[in-house]
Design a binder for this molecule. Structure first.
Ligand SMILES: *[C@@H]1O[C@H](CO)[C@@H](O)[C@H](O)[C@H]1NC(C)=O
Ligand SMILES: *[C@@H]1O[C@H](CO)[C@@H](O)[C@H](O)[C@H]1NC(C)=O
Ligand SMILES: *[C@@H]1O[C@H](CO)[C@@H](O)[C@H](O)[C@H]1NC(C)=O
Ligand SMILES: *[C@@H]1O[C@H](CO)[C@@H](O)[C@H](O)[C@H]1NC(C)=O
Ligand SMILES: *[C@@H]1O[C@H](CO)[C@@H](O)[C@H](O)[C@H]1NC(C)=O
Length: 327
């Protein structure tokens, strides 16, 4: 047992070193905001569009800048590219009143309404939406239509909304924290290679499909989606996830499922033969959809000790970045 603990400790310090080497460079004056820019469609603010507010931020930025967005529906397609540097906070008034929306559906990458490709990003009280396919009556009017792409280390989302139908939330890469968010969709609507914790989130299934499609590709790949105290409901029916790659990892802990969750729970998809490599698990979940008696036989059963490795601190916040970001 002692040796096991030592090995695990070594393993975690190795992961920490990896983060220091490959992770985000910290922002200057870590927890202070250098200045705030305001956006309002009705005037009286610095800018009337979020695009222009972002354009005013110099490239290679490394001090925290807040963009405060007044209520409104902003029809804009935005990409915060890598050369912007990082350290941006986007804050709306409330996710139900401050909405960024677009309706592209060309492909997964260029359909994205709001793409964040920098490290160190915070969003609060704002909804990211891709409206394509939501109102469609049949599948010919549906396609990949991403609302948000999170591609960078240290992204935190508080009380945000992610609304779409297929591929809503592209949790692409990096350590991400989603707290008290609302996520709506039907097909693979939380997908990618992110290393993420979703806490107290509300997931609304609006069709027949799959909640997650995680793409962890090897045992060395740190990615995975951990849902804790989340609530899954809706009008459709869905599996909790399907394996997008051979080592896909998705874990629901202390969450509540309505009967929207299919009895079999999970789908191997194109990863036949990798059932034992995939980590799909449920721990201490409740509600009518949480009965695991008819689940696929290859789900993982986690013990308390393993579950601890998936708490926010151990899984994504080893260096305490979450509380270092300014409010
Ligand atoms: C935003 O507006 C305020 C008040 O008019 C002004 O002091 C500030 O310089 C403006 N900031 C930018 C980035 O335009
Ligand atoms: C975000 O919205 C919630 C209500 O949905 C509100 O209680 C909270 O104060 C807002 N946070 C900020 C920072 O405005
Ligand atoms: C989007 O990507 C598709 C193929 O991936 C391409 O055919 C299309 O021209 C692109 N559209 C835009 C607007 O970039
Ligand atoms: C789920 O989404 C549908 C479609 O947008 C909406 O009508 C419904 O109110 C949502 N449910 C919840 C609980 O938010
Ligand atoms: C299971 O979840 C309940 C809340 O639904 C919580 O009170 C309890 O502590 C959890 N049990 C374990 C073993 O984690």
């Amino acid at each position: 047992m002692k040796l096991e603990l030592l090995l695990i400790a070594l393993c975690f310090s190795f992961l920490n070193v990896r983060f220091l080497l490959s992770g985000a460079t910290d922002c200057q004056n870590t927890s202070t905001i250098a200045y705030t820019i305001t956006v309002s469609q009705s005037g009286g603010a610095n800018f009337t569009t979020i695009t222009n507010a972002l354009n005013s931020i110099p490239s290679d930025n490394n001090q925290w800048i807040k963009i405060l967005v007044n209520p409104g529906t902003y029809k804009e397609q935005i990409a915060i590219q890598k050369d912007k540097g990082g350290c941006i906070i986007l804050e709306g008034n409330d996710r139900t009143t401050t909405i960024i929306t677009f309706d592209n559906h060309f492909s997964t990458s260029n359909s994205t309404t709001f793409a964040v490709d920098i490290d160190n990003f915070v969003a609060r009280n704002i909804t990211f939406k891709n409206s394509y396919g939501i109102e469609a009556l049949d599948d010919t009017k549906r396609a990949q239509a991403v609302a948000l792409r999170s591609y960078g280390d240290k992204h935190a989302f508080y009380s945000c909304g992610f609304v779409g139908y297929q591929d809503t939330l592209w949790d692409y890469q990096g350590r991400h924290y989603f707290k008290s968010c609302y996520i709506e969709g039907a097909v693979d609507f939380i997908f990618g290679n992110g290393q993420s914790v979703y806490k107290h989130c509300s997931i609304n299934v609006t069709g027949g499909g799959y909640i997650t499609a995680q793409s962890r590709s090897s045992t060395n790949d740190n990615s995975g989606f951990v849902f804790r105290k989340c609530h899954v409901s809706g009008t459709g029916h869905a599996d909790l996830g399907r394996a997008y790659d051979a080592f896909a990892r998705v874990i629901f802990i202390d969450s509540e499922f309505s009967k929207v969750v299919n009895p079999e729970g999970w789908f191997i998809w194109h990863q036949n033969g990798h059932e034992s490599d995939v980590t799909f698990a449920e721990f201490n979940c409740t509600g009518p959809g949480s009965d695991t008696s008819k689940r696929v036989p290859w789900i993982k059963k986690l013990d308390h000790f393993t579950v601890k490795q998936y708490d926010t601190h151990a899984f994504i916040n080893q260096d305490g970045w979450i509380s270092k970001q300014p409010l």
